[in-house]
Design a protein around this ligand. Structure first.
Ligand code: GAR
Length: 212
């Protein structure tokens, strides 16, 4: 199964996917890594591994529809069977969602549907929960709203900061994301495009979380 991974930052989840592939526990092939930030460390890792990389930058004032179309074109040019958002900090638009309906998954650092958005660990701390975790879900037109495929829980400790909680959550992300990709590859999870809404019912909702 050919996978394109979309990243914005460090790329520890990309590394975990590649490690699982190397270990033989994830039957996938990363055919490309695309970032919205040219300086993402994840791109350096991919380049060092010989994975084709692309950057589709979005700056303040840019035409977001044009960016969405360029991103969709770049992803489609790599002909993936699955698109994986691994720390990609943008909300996807219709051009990509319509081209890959039900074929895009995301990893999120909270137990959805609680604490969607860009600050999952901090929001969990602010919410006072004693358990948090991570979620792998199918991407739809909302913000972290698509059907849930897998979750893992971690305790929230009394002296946690967003950083320490996030680090504990990421250990679990690195387990469940490659596992879900493998399960999709071997047909243990079937992605049904009909269960995924690719149109925004309430446009305000998709704008409720600002891009960084
Ligand atoms: C991950 O923890 C991922 O869950 C989160 O960004 C981090 C990226 O880490 N994504 C979101 O918050 C999306 N809403 P990485 O670059 O080290 O894989």
């Amino acid at each position: 199964m050919d996978v394109v991974v979309l990243v914005s930052g460090r790329g520890s989840n990309l590394r975990a996917i590649c490690s699982a592939i190397d270990a033989g526990s994830c039957s996938a092939n990363v055919v490309g890594v695309i970032s919205d930030r040219g300086k993402a460390a994840a791109l350096e890792f991919a380049e060092a591994r010989g994975i084709p990389t692309r950057t589709v930058s979005l700056h303040k004032g840019d035409d977001r529809d044009a960016w969405n179309r360029s991103l969709a074109d770049e992803v489609a040019s790599l002909k993936p069977d699955l698109v994986v958002l691994a720390g990609f900090m943008r909300v996807l638009g219709a051009p990509l969602l319509d081209r890959f309906p039900g074929q895009i998954i995301n990893v999120h650092p909270a137990l959805l549907p609680s604490f969607p958005g860009h600050n999952g660990p901090q929001d969990a701390l602010d919410g006072g929960v004693r358990i948090s975790g991570c979620t792998v879900h199918i991407v739809d037109a909302g913000v972290d709203t698509g059907p849930i495929l897998a979750q893992a829980a971690v305790p929230v400790l009394a002296n946690d900061t967003a950083e320490t909680l996030h680090a504990r959550i990421q250990i679990q992300e690195h387990q469940i994301l490659p596992r879900v990709i493998h399960q999709i590859a071997i047909g243990a999870i079937t992605l049904d495009p009909l269960t995924v809404s690719t149109s925004v019912a309430d446009p305000a909702r998709s704008l409720s979380v600002p891009d960084v």
